[in-house]
Write a protein that binds this ligand. Sequence first.
Ligand SMILES: [Zn+2]
Length: 574
Amino acid sequence: MSTHDLVIRAGIVVDGNGDAPVTADVAVDDGVVTAVGQDVARGRREIDADGAIVAPGFVDIHTHYDGQATWDERLLPSAWHGVTTAVMGNCGVGFAPVTPDHHQRLIDLMEGVEDIPGTALHEGLSWEWESFEDYLGALESLPHDIDFGAQVPHAAIRVQAMGERAQSGRAATPDDIAAMAKLVRAGVEAGALGFTTSRTLNHRSVTGELTPSYDAAADELVGIAAALGAAGKGVMQLVTDFADVDKDFELMLAMMRASGRPLSFSLAQSPIAPSTYLQVLGRLAAANAEGLPMRAQVAARSVGLLMGLACTLHPFMTNPVWQRIAGMAVPEQAAIMRDQAFKAEVLAAQTDERNRNLIGGRLIHWYGSMYELTDPPNYEPAPSDSIAALAQSAGRTPEDVVYDVLVGDDGYAMVYVTSLNYAQGNLDAARTMLTAPYTVPGLSDGGAHVGTICDGSFPTTLLQHWVCERDHDRIPLEFVIQRQSRDTARSVGLLDRGVLAPGYKADINVIDLDRVRLRRPEIRFDLPAGGRRLLQRADGYRHTFVSGVETYADGEPTDGLPGRLVRGAQPAPG
Ligand SMILES: [Zn+2]
């Protein structure tokens, strides 16, 4: 009998096809799964997976590691959460193609849209590229822990094609559109997985300008889409506010019809229009019934904000008294804030209406949707535990209550504001979206919003909250695994992964399901130039393999850096 490189013995195999779990051995040779079944021959390495789940590596199609991947071998936090392939370049922002005179503009955009510190980007980005092809080359010059794919961002090609005229509100001329179409085609020919764009009011440059693609006209987007159609390659990704569902669908359908290419868009429940998502799900089903491969990317929990003294936002950041200590180290701030006289002064100034209208919008004072972030975090908190509710029952003001929370843990305590997917005060809407036809898990934004969220941990929330812990309406394990591995992979054209069957890439998670647990997000100052980011670890991932090489064991990195840039769609095995 031959010997395999690796055999994962007697685990509970959840194969990614949605089939019921079966106890089986999984053999790996040369980075590929070679057998799944009983009585598999010995391996040079044997892993006893008795009692553990053996599942395909997760594919996260919505990340923003465009900068990080150029300077960091590790795509954390995603790699801590079972992710073995990350797709970046979403929402129309990224760093290629670019000419040197536009470096600053793309940094300002990424800082504003995705909350990645500009100083970190300045220090970290080498800008050794102009074309998208050269950018891919720069990405490949560094080894990585996991596989990753890039996409051509609309903002970058708009700036490249239109220069100073690229801001929102300025229409592209036919020549501009032709130039953008050419850049997108060059990108996908070089190996980009697709083209991405943003039409949301939430996406602004750090200077306050709307993202350049915000109101790009239909002829521009259809012209770009047609270039993908001509290339016969690439997917499209779009984020919009769905303020006018008919209009948004008209545009997306026109892009799909002009190109014949798959399209996915971001979907969440808005607190202002809490039933619009149902209308969108209906339109999504209708598009698929028409034969159009459209998918909605949906979130595993509320897309909210983490706030604290060490985060980008907190309720006192605009308070004139608090601003006196704004420049200090967090533990010093907490020490001063514990002084009752200082607290009284801050709270007195906080009642000033002027402060309520400054940065952060209303969210930083949205006490009815604000919860203390517990350890371990509770991502489906009861409305009766909100800061507003706690304040009311204690006869205090919400500001008084949240102040005391924020000085905790030496100033590193946090509050969690449930913004999207929480209009009913629970995650029922998220469940509806996660289990609806034609949706895939997405929106983790791994690598982005590093001072306000840490949603790269979404895959772990699917396992922990939806499979194991929710007290009602859980989601079956095999469904969650299928959606987070095979279905996400297929949605971006990667047919070589996401399934545990002979011939597929040996991207594998060995998971102790009863130990799967998110830890509390923590602040680290480990971006280039000492930039700050929130990171969140998880327990329960016993082994993660990429192309048959172990990358993480119990959350600790190995020496293995088998991750590769994925250039273009990948065919299914044999
Ligand atoms: Zn995004």
